[in-house]
Design a protein around this ligand. Structure first.
Ligand SMILES: Cc1cc2nc3c(=O)[nH]c(=O)nc-3n(C[C@H](O)[C@H](O)[C@H](O)COP(=O)(O)OP(=O)(O)OC[C@H]3O[C@@H](n4cnc5c(N)ncnc54)[C@H](O)[C@@H]3O)c2cc1C
Length: 409
């Protein structure tokens, strides 16, 4: 049983089913809410970026092909100080098989994955799990009524909202950041510096403004806003974002085009164990296991790579093989990869903060100088998740070995 039909749970369930494992995917939301929130206009799933190793990992189930039919391809990132270009990171120079990040709405990613996986059982909220040597017991509320179910293995992919289910089995480290962001989708043509293959990071002394190409045209704008309540979706939030966009890009037209905004805050969290029991039947993956700053766009990707690595191990386990070593390596690598992504997210968050005029000038000069060194290539790889431990296996950079999901051990 896979608990949680977000992108990560859907991918794991699809991989297990593809290898002939009977898999149930439980989702707490009812069917109507699930369909509504997975529609393209809904604000719930807000991830857009899929990085090269993940595109490679999703290939075998056919999702990559479906995603790339719709995606915008981000081939480079450019750092600006208002209209002045400071530096460019070129992802296409990495020698990767998918030399770009794909930009699609999270709902499109989920649909592309679900096309080859089991449909979620909606209205099924898991309230507790307990591991026994030969099975796992789950307490589930199905359409409001309490039931007990058993499974040979259970994977929690509940996102942060359902993380409590894992906490009887592992410790959690959690940190809240003071930073607040506002986000909107705006027409592309209005950003004078934008082309459809370039992500633009505007470093401003009042805070960062990010602008990413969206599938089908348009830009995703994300701005750090001083002191704005992250909970509010009101007119003042839209005004705050309009002011920030005009101040940081100089474009009145772009600012005027801003309609609905969506706020978010930043947390960093990770569990200490992703394998939850001695019998190797319970796991936690995705945001339930680790949450990183969305500034950097790696959270969903990390979770999808958790699932890509866990699927073959679980399949082998369910076929009665000894997977002890494989599990230990997987857990160590996934926790290390989450730390790497969290550090990068933390760096991005710090770079995006407000600072004095003098500190801002020094930062801009430092970035321009750094990007003239070979470090530029390392950063291009870091920003496309080339240093995730799974990337070495699923996604060959410059003469790597092979592509596709991990084989069953
Ligand atoms: C503004 C913003 C922008 C982002 N942009 C990006 C990006 O561009 N790229 C990127 O990689 N990441 C991005 N992220 C992060 C990304 O959204 C998350 O990492 C991703 O959604 C995690 O997926 P998940 O499947 O682990 O969890 P979720 O998407 O949270 O899904 C969990 C599911 O489990 C269900 N559930 C919870 N508890 C239970 C229970 N007890 N029983 C049954 N079901 C349950 C929930 O209803 C939900 O459907 C962004 C995040 C934010 C906030």
């Amino acid at each position: 049983m896979v608990v949680g039909a977000g992108p990560v749970g859907r991918f794991l369930a699809a991989e297990l089913q593809r290898h002939g494992i009977e898999t149930l995917l439980l989702e707490q939301r009812d069917a109507a809410a699930d369909t509504r929130s997975r529609s393209d206009s809904a604000p719930n799933g807000r991830a857009i970026g899929l990085h090269p190793p993940v595109l490679a990992a999703l290939e075998a189930c056919g999702a990559t092909e479906r995603i790339l039919e719709e995606a915008a391809r981000i081939e480079r990132g450019a750092a600006y100080d208002r209209a002045r270009r400071l530096a460019t990171l070129d992802f296409s120079a990495l020698g990767a098989r998918f030399p770009f990040a794909a930009s699609v709405p999270q709902q499109t990613t989920e649909r592309a994955i679900s096309a080859s996986g089991p449909a979620p059982i909606c209205g099924a909220r898991v309230t507790a799990i307990s591991s026994e040597p030969d099975r796992v017991r789950l307490c589930v509320r199905i359409d409001g009524s309490p039931r007990e179910r058993t499974a040979r293995a259970v994977v929690l992919a509940t996102g942060a909202a359902g993380r409590d289910l894992a906490l009887p089995f592992t410790r959690l480290s959690l940190r809240e950041y003071p930073d607040r962001y506002l986000m909107t989708d705006a027409p592309a043509a209005l950003d004078p510096r934008a082309d459809e293959r370039t992500a633009i990071i505007t470093l401003d002394r009042h805070g960062v403004l990010e602008s990413f190409p969206l599938a089908g045209g348009g830009r995703r704008l994300v701005a750090r806003i001083a002191g704005h309540s992250a909970g509010s979706l009101d007119r003042t939030a839209a005004d705050a974002l309009r002011r920030a966009v005009e101040e940081r890009t100089g474009s009145e037209a772009l600012a005027a085009a801003i309609g609905t905004v969506s706020p978010f805050r930043i947390r960093r969290a990770h569990v200490h164990r992703m394998r939850l029991d001695p019998a190797v039947r319970c796991f936690v993956i995705g945001d339930a296991a680790h949450e990183v700053s969305p500034i950097g766009g790696q959270g969903m990707n990390l979770g999808l790579l958790d699932a890509a690595g866990l699927a073959p191990i679980l399949i082998a386990r369910l076929r009665g093989r000894n997977v002890e070593n494989a599990v230990q390596t997987w857990e160590r690598d996934r926790l290390a990869s989450a730390r790497t992504a969290a550090r990068l997210g933390g760096l991005n968050t710090a770079l995006g903060r407000a600072r004095s005029r003098r500190a801002h000038a020094a930062l801009a000069a430092g970035i321009a100088a750094t990007m003239r060194t070979p470090l530029r290539r390392t950063l291009a790889r870091a920003y496309t998740m080339g240093f995730d431990r799974a990337a070495e296996r699923v996604h060959p950079y410059e003469g790597g070995r092979r592509s596709g999901a991990d084989p069953v051990p």
